[in-house]
Ligand binder design. Structure first.
Ligand code: IPD
Ligand code: CA
Ligand code: CA
Length: 257
């Protein structure tokens, strides 16, 4: 029932994204420069929440645009109605719906669905991860120097020592490819299916990473914070990888190499 609801909610949101794609939708700005929200984000969010509340009215919800619904339940749905909104607003087909289910403070289900590429990733605690119903695994790359990485940048730049651009520069100067897709949920899903060997970012919110977190773990990878400690989506930094090169990637990110 939980998984069926997750799939139904993601499908309902995808219909909204596809419906708005060719319309002249309204775009507004949030905090920071070019931190956009569109009518489609709100429509997608409403569609997801209505499916969840139809089936589980007592569950808690944390959703990017409408905030938190705190109730007396051991379940919490963590929702990003469109991850990659800037891409969506520009017609770039790298954006998705990201929905995770947390039970007793542990992620138990996650879905990342990019309807423009027809790619639906699902992970279930203890049962693995799939892309369009086929099992996926992380890559086997052993060394950071041979890897293909991905990262992202916050809307409001973090001017701090060893900040996002400094870490990025370090890899680029060594000739290591680091892509920037503009959707953290897709970045994580693509680590899970082995397209990327690793991902790091300095400042994410729980709705950006919750579903991707369980996808990477269930595909055999490792997710930690920037210090290499067990990951919590309620703090900002993340390193996700195939596991094999995780410690080395962490040292590169922290400038300990
Ligand atoms: C953003 C994307 C991006 C990441 C930003 C997020 P949004 O989410 O995940 O890749 O770098 O930090 O805020 O605004 O498109 O939902
Ligand atoms: Ca997001
Ligand atoms: Ca979003």
């Amino acid at each position: 029932m939980l998984k069926r609801t997750l799939i139904e909610a993601a499908n309902a949101a995808a219909s909204e994204m596809l419906r708005f794609k060719d319309l002249d939708f309204k775009v507004s700005n949030k905090e920071g420069i070019n931190n956009l929200v569109t009518e489609a984000d709100h429509a997608s969010e409403a569609a997801i929440i209505s499916v969840i509340q139809k089936n589980f009215p007592e569950h808690q919800i944390l959703s990017e645009e409408c905030g938190e619904l705190i109730q007396d339940s051991r379940y919490k749905w963590i929702i990003d109605p469109i991850d990659g909104t800037v891409n969506f607003a520009h017609g770039i087909p790298l954006c998705c719906i990201s929905i995770a289910v947390e039970h007793d403070n542990k992620m138990v289900l996650g879905a990342v669905y990019n309807p423009f590429m027809n790619e639906f990733f699902i992970a279930e605690r203890g049962k693995g991860a799939t892309l369009n119903d086929k099992p996926i695994r992380v890559s086997k790359k052993e060394k950071v120097i041979n890897s293909c990485l991905v990262t992202g940048f916050p809307y409001t730049y973090l001017d701090e020592p060893n900040g996002p651009l400094q870490v990025f520069e370090r890899f680029i100067r060594k000739g290591i490819p680091v892509r920037r897709l503009g959707s953290a949920a897709i970045d994580l899903a693509w680590v899970a299916c082995g397209r990327f060997d690793g991902f790091f970012e300095h400042k994410l919110q729980a709705w950006d990473s919750a579903a991707g977190f369980i996808l990477v773990e269930e595909a055999g990878g490792v997710v930690t914070d920037l210090k290499g400690q067990p990951y919590s989506p309620y703090q900002p930094g993340i390193i996700a990888s195939n596991g094999v090169l995780h410690d080395e990637l962490g040292r590169w990110v922290r400038n300990e190499i």
